[in-house]
Design a protein around this ligand. Structure first.
Ligand SMILES: C[S@@+](CC[C@H](N)C(=O)[O-])C[C@H]1O[C@@H](n2cnc3c(N)ncnc32)[C@H](O)[C@@H]1O
Length: 222
C-alpha cells in the first residue's frame, strides 16, 4: 500500500511539472510532438551542425520531434511541409506518425537485419549528421542500465564511423554515472572534437546529457 501511495505522489508531481513546463507549452505552440525538439535545437544552434542539403539519420526518433526539427532546418523557409533541401532517415523500435519527407524504418537498431535495412536506405551516401536520442528501458539496476546505454551509444558510434562524412557529426544521449567516462573516451578516440552539452530544456533532475563528436579521426567516407 505504501509503495502505491508513494508512486501516486511521484506521478502527481511529474504531471504537475509536465503541465507547468515552459518547453511543453512551447512545443504545443510550435507544433512539435515533444519538448525534446528544444534539446536538439539548442545543440544545433550552439554548434551549427545541421545545414541545408544535409543527409541526417535520426536514431530513436519516435514520437518524432527531432525529425520535425531537422525537417524544418532543411526546408528553404523553415517550413514543416513542402520543399525539402536534404534528406532525413529516421529509425525507432516503435511506430512513428509520418512526417512529410522523412523516411522511417521501424526496428531495433541492435539487430543486424534492421541495420542492413537502414544501410540499404542510406545507399552508400555519406551522412552529414547522425543524431541519437535512443534510450533503453531502464531496469533500475545501475550496472545493467549503464551497459544497455553504453551498447546503444557504441552502436551509434560504429554506424557513424562507417557512414559519416569526414567532417560529419554525431549527437548522442548519454547519462552521467557509471560508464560515462568510458563513453567520453570512446568519443575522444573516434572524433577530433568532443563536446558535452546539457541543454537548458533537459530537466535538471535528469542525469541525461549529450555528447557530440565532430570530425572523424579515421574517416571511412570522403
Ligand atoms: C526519448 S525517445 C526519443 C524522442 C525523439 N528524439 C523525439 O524527439 O521525439 C527514445 C526513443 O528511443 C527508442 N529506442 C530505444 N532503444 C532502441 C533501439 N534499440 N532501437 C531503436 N530505437 C530505440 C525508443 O523506442 C524511444 O522512442
Amino acid at each position: 500500500m505504501k509503495i502505491k501511495t508513494k508512486s501516486k505522489k511521484v506521478n502527481k508531481a511529474w504531471l504537475n511539472d509536465h503541465v507547468n513546463d515552459p518547453y511543453v507549452k512551447q512545443a504545443a505552440r510550435d507544433g512539435y510532438r515533444a519538448r525534446a525538439a528544444y534539446k536538439l535545437k539548442e545543440i544545433d544552434e550552439t554548434l551549427g551542425l545541421i545545414k541545408p542539403g544535409h543527409l541526417v539519420v535520426d536514431l530513436g526518433s519516435t514520437p518524432g520531434a527531432w525529425s520535425q526539427y531537422v525537417r524544418r532546418r532543411l526546408s528553404p523557409a523553415g517550413a514543416a511541409v513542402g520543399a525539402l533541401n536534404g534528406a532525413i532517415i529516421a529509425l525507432d523500435l516503435l511506430p512513428m506518425e509520418p512526417i512529410e519527407g522523412v523516411v522511417f524504418i521501424q526496428g531495433d537498431f541492435r539487430e543486424d537485419s534492421v541495420l542492413a535495412q537502414l544501410e540499404s536506405v542510406v545507399q552508400g551516401r555519406p551522412v552529414d549528421v547522425v543524431v541519437s536520442d535512443m534510450a533503453p528501458n531502464l531496469s533500475g539496476v545501475e550496472n545493467v542500465d549503464a551497459a544497455r546505454i553504453a551498447h546503444l551509444v557504441e552502436l551509434a558510434i560504429e554506424f557513424s564511423q562507417k557512414h559519416l562524412k569526414s567532417e560529419g557529426a554525431l549527437v548522442t544521449k548519454v547519462f552521467h554515472g557509471s560508464g560515462y567516462t568510458q563513453l567520453v573516451q570512446l568519443f575522444k578516440d573516434t572524433f577530433r572534437v568532443v563536446k558535452p552539452i546539457k541543454p537548458k530544456s533537459s530537466r535538471d533532475k535528469s542525469s541525461e546529457t549529450f555528447l557530440i563528436g565532430i570530425g572523424l579521426k579515421k574517416p571511412a567516407q570522403a
